[in-house]
Design a protein around this ligand. Sequence first.
Ligand code: 13P
Length: 256
Amino acid sequence: MSERRPIIAANWKMHKTHLEAIQAVQKLSYLLDRKDTERVEVVICPPFTALRSVQTLIDSDRLPYGLGAQNVHVEDEGAFTGEVSGPMLAALDVGYVIVGHSERRQLFGEDDATVNRKVKAVVRHGLVPIVCVGETLEEREAGGTQSKVAEQVRMAFDGVDAAAVSSAVVAYEPIWAIGTGRHAEPTDAGQVIEVIRGTLSERVGKDVGAAVRVQYGGSVKAGNIREFMVHPEIDGALVGGASLDPEELALIVKFR
Ligand code: 13P
């Protein structure tokens, strides 16, 4: 039995105003009970504009959910119009930051070196990165999945100390499975996750590789979450579209 606590994170991407976010978290809190959140750690990652409202709700109603941001700047402060820094997130009681999501990599030009600087910015302020890695369909068809993912993992954690690596979360999100309704086979995802752990073990030791939590992401919904959660290598899910509906998200967390 693995000692790693499963973690299901809702990545709301660019959806929900702060009012809609509050409503969704309130609804979720009626649908989930303590037993659910003891079994699985639940993390809500709303847009920046809703972080403060969701944090206040979590705090005032003592909700057992973690709070995550979807991005961070590499620097702590400065003349970077439009950006948000690690210290700003830490001051909001944000616990997690999604780093290197494929949408950031593909649409906003983030490369592995930027992802590495962001991971360092996150851990520098005591926050936990959820580092996203995954291959394109072309890379998969060319047999390059494992080497691509291993390289992304190596680069993301380059120069990050073992303690920070061991508390980090990695999300394996094959790009062809994101928002497409076509999810990876759990055994296949499990094999890639073994490569992720192996890569980290080589760098910082076997104990660390075994401690890191690795999620699967890509077209996860209530109807398929169980297949992933029962796989011994998979420690939870990073859920996009299906997490926008609190009823569906509650079913995902309650997977049977
Ligand atoms: P979907 O669950 O909508 O496929 O998105 C996955 C994702 O990108 C989560 O970060």
